[in-house]
Design a binder for this molecule. Structure first.
Ligand SMILES: *Cc1c(COP(=O)(O)O)cnc(C)c1O
Length: 387
């Protein structure tokens, strides 16, 4: 058996056919495949607006801009995420801070958030935006965050890069509670367009601003023009935007993948369920679940139970890689990165996230993973834990 990656895209002939069809059409970009994908995504996620962009990092950037984040603003996020969740705030000239995680869900802790907000209110340092992250596909506990948002006056930008197709309290992620939700279609994520991202929102006003921001701040829509229309060539740049557009090639792949999203999620869930059973006797804590949510199962992350096993995470990781198993570690707390240390953060800032990080191990999980591959992962893990 060859190398088993921690994640792998699931591409079928129908996806290939959809991409090839666009390549022979009139538009490779700015054509009809993009609004078609956006409509399908919006319908599936029960939200009025879905806007496709070049990647989720770009989506986070323009989402913060649309929410009014600029120099001097404060943005708080989870340390247990990919660096993009925090970097986007720095792109806007804002200050980033981190709220420690819940030890069970590994998502931003609502209790810690409430405490930090109380202190910030006293000190006059309340954030403008909170960026909860649906780590590993398990939705963040966002309804109580909404209550805090309404009380303290901040916006919620949900980073659902791991959670396309997940749901929380009976509603699809991206359909309720957050002001804007961002999804990633990078190749290792749930649904892929190679590189790509999506923003969802209920707000017509935010959708309008996001539409401008993703394409140079330019509009051609007659009813939106500030100056008099001078002819059919006329367009206006009304704000400073970027070129963060998705191509029609990617959108066609996304639409085709979206049609299989629920089936791929079910396949991931079945593998996760099987991991739970196979790992039950091993000295590890298995991936968390919540009765309130349906996870997208982007990642299956265990934590070594250091009280019941002597092997170090480093040794277990190395032994598994030697056996050609693509284990990984998600995530190094963002503020422990040298760039963030230079901004003034030090080790120990979010102790729960650090304790989690020191024991975490991501096991391979992808829709086409076979039982034989999974058995191999578990048996190598079992052996490595005994060493
Ligand atoms: C992958 C990821 C991103 C960035 O997504 P891209 O589409 O690669 O830009 C942002 N946040 C989280 C949590 C991610 O996992």
């Amino acid at each position: 058996m060859s190398f088993i990656p921690y994640s792998r895209q699931h591409v079928e002939q129908s996806d290939i056919d959809a991409v090839v069809a666009v390549l022979g059409s009139d538009f490779l970009t700015q054509g009809p495949a993009i609004p078609f994908f956006e409509r399908a995504f919006a319908d599936r996620h029960q939200v009025p607006h879905a806007l496709a962009v070049s990647n989720a990092t770009a989506a986070l950037h323009i989402a913060l801009l649309a929410l009014g984040v600029g120099p001097g603003a404060r943005v708080w996020t989870s340390p247990n995420s990919f660096v993009a969740s925090a970097n986007a705030a720095l792109y806007c000239g804002a200050t980033v801070d981190f709220v420690d995680i819940d030890p069970i869900s590994r998502n931003l802790s609502v209790a810690k958030l409430a405490e930090k907000l109380e202190a910030a209110e006293r000190e006059g340092t309340l954030p403008q935006v909170i960026v909860p992250v649906d780590f590993a596909g398990l939705p963040a506990d966002i309804e109580p965050m909404r209550k805090l948002a309404d009380r303290y006056g901040f916006s919620i930008l949900e980073d659902a890069s791991h959670a396309t197709g997940a749901s929380y309290r009976g509603k699809p992620v991206g359909s309720a509670w957050a002001d804007i939700t961002v999804f990633s279609f990078h190749a290792v994520k749930i649904v892929t367009t190679g590189e790509g991202g999506m923003l969802t929102t209920h707000s017509d006003e935010l959708a309008h601003r996001l539409t401008l921001l993703r394409s140079h701040g330019i509009t051609r829509q007659a009813e939106l023009l500030e100056r008099q229309d001078q002819g059919a060539w006329y367009y206006e740049q009304q704000m400073l935007g970027w070129n963060y557009r998705m191509t029609d090639i990617q959108a066609a792949l996304g639409t085709s993948q979206l049609a299989r999203m629920d089936a791929m999620r079910d396949a991931r869930q079945a593998i996760a369920d099987r991991y739970d059973r196979l790992l039950s006797a091993l000295p590890v804590f298995s991936a968390p679940r919540s009765p309130e949510s349906i996870s997208a199962w982007h990642l299956y992350v265990v934590e070594l139970d250091t009280e019941r096993c002597a092997a170090s995470r480093r040794a277990v990781f190395d032994a598994m890689r030697r056996a050609e198993i693509g284990v990984n570690v998600h995530y190094i707390p963002i503020y422990m990165q040298p760039y963030y240390r230079h901004l003034g953060f030090s080790d120990g800032y979010c102790p729960v996230a650090e304790r989690y990080y020191n024991r975490a191990l991501t096991l391979p999980l992808f829709p086409a993973m076979s039982s034989a591959q999974q058995d191999k992962v578990v048996s190598v893990l079992e052996e490595a834990l005994q060493a």
